[in-house]
Ligand binder design. Structure first.
Ligand code: UD1
Length: 361
């Protein structure tokens, strides 16, 4: 009898990385795919266009009311209750979650407590920064999952060292599967702004530890200002960042800069165009560190650490923190790095098939 596999998605990066997994499960002769959306990302700019770019169907279950949750605990609790109900109604055998957002922890705990099988896609990543909500989620999920899908041999080795209970499979990162799908079947889309290939820097920030901290956010805006003296800075603004810029009264700091283009979050194909055609990516996003590495654009990471050391090792990325002087020095160095002068460490684009094959056995 076919196993019923419920794929759980709730955030923008989750859509990107789980769309290929959903398709692989759906196409597998021994599996039946179901889809739950937790509603963690509820704004259209973070969900709708990316959802349709991958041709995902309407979810079987949609959890509502998460937009009203304004603490980690209330958000996780509401999603956990919604997932528990959804998994039971869908007669789920296996639950699949991906990454480190609260969505995944909520779904993971609900699955564990129902004694369902749990698979963690993008398992074994560690920043070793215990102040990050994402690091709590990764560690907890890896220790309650039955299937641990490590994207690289480095992440598989971390899981082995931590002596996890479940079985570890090294699969590649599904971000490469998603990129291949987009690049092969669709055309990347240039956003409707005055951008010249190789003459702009793509800048993004949304991490809680950066944008909820007034002095770090001020530093990040100083970095935008300084970099824009030499290159156009293209800055799609995440809703959390927009909210915190307003909260700290910093709106004027961006409004007065002539060489800075700000906009709402881009759709997936626009994001990929912007990463591919930027001279440099400056970001605190984990997904952008991977995507820039795969697409051949040098990156500077605006954090003190990264759970993606593979991109550093190959020379595509450096960790620079948020001190403007240190970031500027990293920018100068990364501008000298030749595009695509490294091998992609994140896999061959077949991760989703390996994941569906593993759970079908
Ligand atoms: C979450 C993930 C983060 C991931 C990011 C991708 C956690 C702990 N963090 O961060 O790992 O990199 O998603 O974007 O799960 N908001 C909206 N519309 C939305 C969603 C959020 O306006 O659709 C605003 C709200 O003000 C909300 C804030 O952003 O309070 C934070 O949203 P939340 O989902 O808690 O975390 P992210 O910062 O998006």
């Amino acid at each position: 009898m076919s196993k019923i596999v419920t794929v759980v998605i709730g955030t923008r990066p989750g859509i990107v990385k789980m769309a290929p997994v959903f398709k692989a499960v759906n196409d597998h002769p021994e599996l039946m795919a179901r889809l739950v959306y937790t509603g963690q990302h509820y704004s259209a700019c973070l969900k709708d266009e990316i959802w349709s770019a991958f041709g995902l169907p309407e979810p079987d279950e949609l959890i509502e009311g998460i937009d009203k949750a304004n603490t980690h605990a209330t958000q996780i609790a509401k999603m956990m209750i919604g997932c528990e109900k959804a998994f039971s109604e869908l007669n789920t055998d296996v639950v699949l979650v991906c990454g480190d957002a609260n969505t995944n922890l909520a779904a993971g705990i609900a699955a564990r407590k129902l004694n369902l099988q749990l698979g963690h896609v993008e398992s074994g990543l560690r920043s070793y920064d215990w102040s990050m909500p994402e690091e709590h989620n990764r560690v907890m999920l890896d220790h309650i999952s039955d299937y641990l899908f490590a994207p690289t041999s480095e992440s598989a080795a971390i899981l082995a060292r931590e002596n996890v209970k479940g079985e570890v499979f090294t699969t590649g990162n599904t971000v490469v599967d998603a990129l291949n799908f987009a690049v092969e079947s669709k055309r990347l889309i240039k956003p409707q702004y005055d951008l010249t290939e190789q003459e702009f820097v793509l800048f993004t920030t949304h991490r809680q530890e950066n944008v909820d901290d007034e002095s770090k956010l001020a530093n990040l805006l100083s970095i935008v200002e300084m970099v824009s003296q030499d290159l156009t800075v293209f800055f799609p603004v995440h809703p959390r960042t927009k909210k915190m810029i307003a909260h700290f009264g910093m709106r004027d700091r961006l409004g007065n800069l002539s060489n800075v283009i700000t906009c709402d979050p881009l759709n997936y194909l626009e994001t990929l165009w912007s990463i591919k055609n930027a001279r440099l990516v400056l970001t605190d996003s984990g997904g952008l560190q991977e995507e820039s590495c795969v697409l051949g654009t040098p990156c500077v990471t605006l954090r003190e650490n990264t759970e993606r050391p593979e991109s550093i090792k190959v020379g595509a990325n450096v960790v620079a923190g948020t001190d403007p002087k240190l970031v500027l020095s990293a920018v100068m160095n990364q501008l000298k790095v030749k595009r695509s002068s490294w091998a992609n460490p994140f896999g061959d684009g077949l991760a989703s098939r390996r994941i569906s094959d593993a759970i079908s056995c």
